[in-house]
Design a protein around this ligand. Structure first.
Ligand SMILES: NC(=O)c1ccc[n+]([C@@H]2O[C@H](COP(=O)([O-])OP(=O)(O)OC[C@H]3O[C@@H](n4cnc5c(N)ncnc54)[C@H](O)[C@@H]3O)[C@@H](O)[C@H]2O)c1
Length: 403
């Protein structure tokens, strides 16, 4: 696709994730990273070193993000701090009139999700969650299949964040916020990699919505056992981990569909997002990398999704394969960033908007409440205040997830 006009952006929170994002952004010659910010000066130097590998434009460095937000020539801001910081910085960024994007992670309170939405409604400044998995090749192909009716009417979706992060206690030594969430909270801590694509499959906030949620946590063993190994003889305060090894969350939708997601990061296992979609005509299963369609697939057999890609590759990925796949996580990091930059260049709404972000992040604190109350169902807030019934049309465009 055409490069489009040059855009200057700022990046706040220069940990490992942001350094990867900066590397990907540095490959876009229509983007200049005019400023970076981190409370830790060494992190800024690391971020600058990544930029300097390929680019020599001026870059301002700030320890206080408010200073970065005052720069008039910065049009967009990317926030990759810790989970509890994303929303408050995004609010300040929207108030400063900057196109705002922030990294994934769950919310700690429903009140902060409402503040995010209300700030967007007051300022009119677009705000996007950088949920890269919405741009994964298989997630997008399955979205295309759903839109074209391959599975019939959708009845149920599954997903998960199934990733062995059992080294997470070591993060306590480096004051890594994520490790404290795992030690102190019992919740579906990281829902957006799977709930994002599923919400798009089910038109959540656009004709459908999440109604109620219930979560159940297994016993907690994995992380505490690993902490005993990893933190032995280390000078760090820790106590047994609160997070259940497997947290299962069920969501009921207004359209009648059910969703089941699993947080599974404490026990040995290979990585999977365990995406599955079942409709009246067939099923897709990531665990089998397979599809079964009534009247098309052999009886009782899976067919490889690769066979279906010939017919159902999403247009975003057709073009990406044609241009040359680039960027981290198999290319989806490039696509989500390119989508954000495209929206800034064309001054349009982002394909993942503030209502999506609030809804997906809310899963974390709702699941925490449900688990604390013995898996009681909890009501899902309607962050659209009823607009989900007759939603405004989303802007069409090359990165749209709603066409
Ligand atoms: N989408 C993905 O695939 C993916 C992958 C990895 C991480 N992430 C997300 O990226 C985010 C960052 O992850 P990370 O591993 O780099 O974390 P990190 O803790 O290593 O880095 C965060 C950085 O933000 C800085 N920071 C925090 N609050 C700040 C503030 N108020 N002002 C300035 N700087 C501040 C910290 O000093 C730190 O350097 C997390 O939300 C994580 O969930 C997403």
């Amino acid at each position: 696709m055409e490069a489009g006009r040059k855009v200057r952006i700022g990046v706040i929170g220069i940990g490992a994730r942001a350094q990867g994002l900066i590397e990907t952004l540095s490959g876009m010659d229509f983007v200049e990273i005019g400023a970076i910010c981190d409370r830790i000066p060494e992190r800024m130097q690391e971020g600058l070193a990544v930029i300097r590998k390929t680019r020599d434009y001026p870059v301002a460095l700030y320890e206080d993000y408010h200073e970065l937000l005052k720069m008039p020539d910065i049009e967009g801001v990317i926030i990759a701090t810790s989970w509890n910081e994303h929303i408050s910085i995004a609010i300040a960024s929207m108030k400063a009139g900057k196109y705002t994007a922030f990294e994934v992670g769950g919310a700690s309170s429903i009140a902060q999700c409402w503040k995010l939405v209300e700030t967007y409604e007051e300022t009119g400044t677009p705000c996007m969650m950088l949920e890269n998995c919405c741009y994964g090749r298989y997630e997008l192909a399955v979205l295309n299949m759903i839109r074209q009716g391959l599975f019939g009417e959708i009845v149920h979706c599954d997903g998960g964040y199934r990733h062995d992060l059992s080294a997470i206690p070591r993060g306590l030594l480096k004051n890594h916020q994520r490790s404290f969430h795992h030690m102190k909270r019992n919740a579906e801590l990281y829902p957006t990699h799977e709930i994002g694509p599923i919400a798009k499959y089910l038109n959540i906030n656009r004709g459908n919505r999440f109604l109620t949620l219930t979560s159940m946590a297994s016993k907690s063993r994995g992380l505490t056992l690993r902490a005993e190994e990893l933190l032995k003889d280390q000078d760090v305060d820790w106590h047994p981990f609160a997070l259940g090894d497997i947290v299962t969350t069920l969501i009921k939708c207004a359209g009648g569909e059910t969703v089941a997601i699993t947080h599974d990061t404490s026990l040995p296992r290979p990585y999977s997002r365990a995406n599955q979609v079942q409709g009246t005509n067939g099923i897709w299963s990531e665990e089998h990398m397979g599809i079964h369609i009534k009247g098309r697939s052999p009886e009782e057999k899976w067919e490889s999704i690769d066979e279906y890609l010939k017919e159902y590759e999403h247009p975003i990925w057709k073009e990406f394969l044609n241009d040359g796949v680039t960027g981290g996580h198999g290319g989806m990091d490039y696509l989500v960033l390119r989508a954000f930059i495209y929206c800034i260049q064309n001054r349009i709404e982002t394909p993942i908007n503030v209502y999506d972000a609030a809804t997906w992040m809310a899963v974390t604190c709702l699941s925490e409440d449900s688990i604390a109350m013995g898996s009681m169902p909890v009501a899902f807030p309607d962050f659209t205040n009823g607009k989900w019934v007759c939603p405004d049309p989303m802007p069409k465009g090359p990165f749209s997830l709603d066409d």
